[in-house]
Design a protein around this ligand. Structure first.
Ligand code: 6GU
Length: 239
């Protein structure tokens, strides 16, 4: 998959795409992240990329011209059709389901807003989808783009090692993850749940599902309410 990021601060995005799971996915050729700076597409001597809002009000908006030329250049850099996503607090909330949907596309162009936002006419004509990563305000879309790239990158076939299989993710089943334990078996901070050293794989699986359901029920009942539980999960909840 190819991801082109349009941002006034490329170093935000480049840094996180070089390290960790996404960095390794880039090295393996599973994903490539390229950033584009609209300032380089500004046509005046000052490389202006922002303007004051008509009607007044605080702050500045990103101008149509440089952004439009940057999007065009990014799109022209490869043949596969691109979905253009604008990251902003006004967007639909990003979910794991959306991440899965986007992760199978050949190309994304991510547009990061700065200042008070972007001229609405550019959004109307150039953007396919608007996404937010949560109900709080960041000073730009870059961190949100980094979040999206990380979530999508780790789902690329071959990005994760076996042990970290994406199928085991919290949320891939719509539930929170169960607790995990490692060495030592005995520790002053506590003992292990006995089932984990029982060798009974069916019992372990059942315990984990039960923990996941319990945590989700306690911490995120909103997730359960929206969910289609399978028969075994529903039976556990009703026990
Ligand atoms: Cl995508 N952008 C900004 N600026 N703030 C946010 C956000 C995005 N998602 C949550 N807050």
């Amino acid at each position: 998959m190819r991801v082109d990021v349009i941002t006034l601060f490329p170093e935000f995005v480049d840094g996180c795409a070089r390290v960790g799971v996404v960095g390794r996915a880039q090295e393996r050729g599973l994903i490539s992240v390229t950033s584009w700076n609209p300032r380089e597409f500004a046509t005046d001597n000052y490389h202006t990329v922002d303007g004051r809002p008509y009607g007044g009000g605080p702050g500045m908006l990103m101008l149509i011209g440089p952004l439009r030329d940057t999007i065009a250049a990014a799109k022209a850099a490869a043949e596969a059709p691109a979905k253009v996503i604008y990251l902003s607090p006004q967007g639909a909330r990003l979910t794991q389901r959306k991440v899965q949907e986007l992760s199978v596309l050949p190309r994304l162009v991510l547009l990061c807003g700065r200042y008070e936002g972007v001229d609405e006419r550019l959004l109307d004509h150039e953007v396919d989808e608007e996404l937010s990563i949560g109900d709080y305000v960041l000073s730009g879309g870059e961190l949100a783009a980094a979040v999206l790239i990380d979530a999508i990158g780790r789902l690329q076939e071959g990005a994760l090692n076996d042990a970290q299989s994406a199928a085991q993710d919290s949320f891939s089943e719509g539930l929170l993850d169960c607790p995990h334990y490692t060495r030592p078996e005995q520790h002053e901070l506590g003992t292990l749940p006995a089932v984990l050293i029982s060798g009974d794989h069916a019992a372990i699986k059942r315990w984990r599902l039960k923990q996941s359901l319990g945590r989700t029920w306690l911490r995120r009942p909103d997730l359960l309410a929206r969910m289609q539980l399978d028969k075994s999960a529903r039976a556990l909840l009703e026990e």
